[in-house]
Design a protein around this ligand. Structure first.
Ligand code: GDP
Length: 412
């Protein structure tokens, strides 16, 4: 229904722990897919996901990465899981920013390398709400001891990256059999908590960061007869008001907002999540471009000459050393940036320091580094404006690393 709040949900966890099966089952149980679309085969829920995938490849109807289902409270869009090609980049550039994640851990295998990586990556990407589904309970005979043992281990792991285990729901499920997904299962009489769907409904509504300073990354700039120059973009934080003086950085131009438009309607103001076009007195088509960011003149976007960052190397065929200059994707900007120094290597599962001034970084490493953009670039300290502090690092056609700005050491 239209009046339901929208929620982007990521499914994370080690390969084969049952993410696709769980999503397939949710789609089925919540009525997004008719029973007839299913085969009777052993992997029938998995089949749902494959089916959606095939249809996507053929360019038909459903997009696997954006499968939708609804519960009483929310309408969910399933965003691509980490591991899929462009998850990290989409997360960072806002194309599929997840509001919450379901971590799937198979009860028989327990914590695996990708379980740890994905937990750390979720934190890095700013996913603050987590639900833990301990899956394949059927394989361990619905053992309460097994469940509690794993729950303790996972609690320690998530606590080490900054989640509060007491605030994170754990649910014993079988994605395959359907236990505790929409209905309490008689196979787990010892479990007194909620079903997965109840916990999904209990997630906090995604915040609308209206109290932060205005930041509106520019996606495009149009020139419209009778109106003039119309920059277009999505408000990430704060509020864009008509008649306010705004500044575009790093362009360095300012002007007064004359009009704001969304879906062909005139607005007085635009809030986070709104995709708008707006017209600014005195700003011409060539004065601003994609990658610039609008803010108020009182609190303009920060242009960094140098910044410190925490990064995770996701997949790099070689090594990262000082001097490496790949392209950084932050909000709508794409700018080559140089690694000035590799400061501290971190434990990728916990974020704790492991080695000072490492010679290189490779796949799986996390580190604190110092970065110098080759051109002026807007980025914000993650502690001040989280929505503007993240970036993906792309090279050779793939996302090689993800990170966040933790300090701006040299401003324009
Ligand atoms: P993904 O890689 O995390 O998406 O994992 P899949 O959903 O593809 O599942 C991997 C395999 O585990 C498939 O063969 C599933 O049928 C199987 N599987 C998933 N969930 C369960 C479960 O709850 N119980 C059992 N017995 N098998 C499961």
């Amino acid at each position: 229904a239209k009046d339901k709040t929208h929620m982007n949900l990521a499914f994370i966890g080690h390969v084969d722990h049952g993410k696709s099966t769980l999503v397939g089952h949710l789609l089925l149980l919540e009525g997004a897919i008719a029973e007839q679309q299913l085969d009777d085969g052993e992997d029938k829920f998995r089949f749902v996901m494959d089916k959606l995938g095939e249809e996507r490849e053929r360019g038909v109807t459903i997009d696997l990465a954006h499968a939708k289902f609804e519960t009483q409270k929310y309408e969910y869009t399933v965003v691509d899981c980490p591991g899929h090609r462009d998850f990290v980049k989409n997360m960072i550039t806002g194309a599929s920013q997840a509001d919450a994640a379901v971590l799937v851990v198979a009860a028989n295998d327990g914590i695996m390398p990708q379980t740890k990586e994905h937990i750390f990556l979720s934190k890095t990407l700013g996913i603050n709400q987590l639900i833990i589904a301990i899956n394949k309970m059927d394989v361990v005979d619905y053992s309460e001891d097994k469940y509690n043992e794993l729950k303790d281990e996972i609690s320690k792991l998530i606590a080490s990256v900054g989640f509060k285990p007491s605030e994170v729901p754990f649910i014993p499920v079988s994605a395959f059999e359907g236990d505790n997904i929409t209905e309490k299962s008689s196979n787990t009489p010892w479990y007194k908590g909620n079903t997965l769907v109840q916990e999904l409904d209990a997630l906090d509504e995604p915040d609308k960061p209206v109290d932060l300073p205005l930041r509106l990354p520019i996606q495009d700039v149009y020139s419209i007869t009778g109106v003039g120059t119309v920059p277009v973009g999505r408000v990430e934080t704060g509020v864009l008001n008509t008649a306010e003086n705004i500044a575009f950085e790093p362009a360095g131009v300012t002007g007064e907002v004359k009009s704001i438009e969304m879906h062909h309607e005139i607005l007085d103001k635009a809030e986070p999540g709104d995709n708008v076009g707006f017209n600014v007195r005195g700003v011409g088509k060539n004065d601003v471009k994609r990658g610039d960011v609008a803010g108020t003149t009182k609190n303009p976007p920060t242009v960094a000459k140098e910044f410190k960052a925490q990064i995770v190397v996701l997949q790099h065929p070689g090594v990262i050393t000082v001097g490496y200059t790949p392209v950084f994707h932050a909000h709508t900007a794409q700018i080559a940036c140089t690694f000035l120094s590799l400061d501290v290597k971190l434990d990728p599962a916990t974020g704790q320091p492991k080695e000072e001034n490492p010679d290189f970084l490779k796949t799986g490493d996390a580190a604190l580094v110092t970065i110098k953009p080759t051109k002026p670039m807007v980025i914000e300290n993650i502690k001040e404006i989280p929505h503007m502090g993240r970036f993906a690092i792309r090279d050779m056609g793939q996302t090689v690393a993800a990170g966040m700005c933790i300090d701006i050491t040299d401003k324009k």
